[in-house]
Design a protein around this ligand. Structure first.
Ligand code: SF4
Length: 273
């Protein structure tokens, strides 16, 4: 059984990935197998970039016209992006993707007043020690509200969670809130998920309890990860996400042999469309 060095640095998304499926985490983060883009992931990256460009503009210049210009500027950047080339998106397909990016970005105009947003960080790199690990990540938007408090906002281009599952989806932004508190010495007053496809916003207020829970959760996940690394045992966890998993051919749940992944996956997954 192959064993691994225990990672000392993680990101909020890698923590969620380990919880979603330890074996897929191993393939991607420890075996460093390629993680090919999908239409959904590249669309998400593009919308994030368009909104970053838009909120870089002075507040009084943010309106529907300048949002359209920001999306157009992003589209010019992405036309020969490696992910677009990998997926073979050209011609009409790029036109369709462009229209989707315009629609998803414009949805934010119905969700908030862009001129009222005081962003103090866009695609902000942040790093903080949490328990036994250093957490690193990128906050989509960190802003100062009118009352001077901090708000952590994360854009989501996928589907909003079903009723009753909203809290679970907030784990990532609560971690970012904790990282802000540890690095800036100030706890954000609100965390926010903006689901642009359905124009839904989910918010929560970080508290002593949520902060303590997040810190304990990171320590617990890191402990489980350390155990897997030392034993070499990374269990599978099947879910609806399996149908999007690039590593399915090497997953025992689907008749695959995980020991062949390192040998075969690089050639199989680097091909593209
Ligand atoms: S197919 Fe499902 S169970 Fe298998 S590695 Fe991927 S996410 Fe995990």
């Amino acid at each position: 059984m192959t064993t691994y060095d225990v990672p000392t640095t993680l990101s909020p998304s890698r923590i969620e990935a380990f919880l979603s499926c330890p074996l897929a985490f191993r393939f991607r983060s420890l075996d460093k197998l390629p993680d090919p883009p999908t239409l959904a992931t590249v669309r998400g990256t593009m919308v994030h970039r368009a909104l970053e460009l838009f909120h870089t503009l002075p507040a009084e210049e943010r309106n529907a016209n300048t949002l359209t210009s920001s999306v157009d500027a992003m589209l010019a950047e992405f036309v020969d992006h490696p992910d677009i080339v990998y997926l073979g998106i050209t011609g009409d397909a790029y036109g369709d993707l462009s229209a989707q990016c315009h629609r998803l970005s414009s949805a934010t105009l119905d969700m908030e007043d862009p001129a009222a947003i005081n962003a103090i960080g866009l695609e902000l790199n942040i790093e903080a020690p949490v328990g036994p690990v250093t957490l690193r990540g990128i906050i989509d938007r960190l802003e100062r509200a009118g009352d001077g408090s901090l708000i952590v906002t994360d854009y989501k281009t996928g589907r909003a969670p079903k009723a009753g599952y909203e809290k679970r989806s907030l784990g990532g932004v609560h971690l970012y809130s904790l990282m802000c508190e540890l690095t800036l010495g100030e706890r954000p007053q609100q965390v926010r998920l903006m689901y642009v496809s359905s124009k839904e916003t989910i918010t929560d207020v970080p508290t002593d309890q949520s902060t303590r829970f997040m810190s304990q959760r990171v320590t617990a996940v890191h402990g489980a990860l350390a155990q897997s690394c030392r034993s070499g045992e990374f269990r599978t966890k099947t879910s609806a996400l399996c149908k999007f998993c690039a590593y399915q051919p090497w997953c025992p749940e689907f008749g695959g042999d995980p020991t062949r992944a390192v040998l075969e996956a690089p050639a199989v997954l680097q091909g593209g469309a």
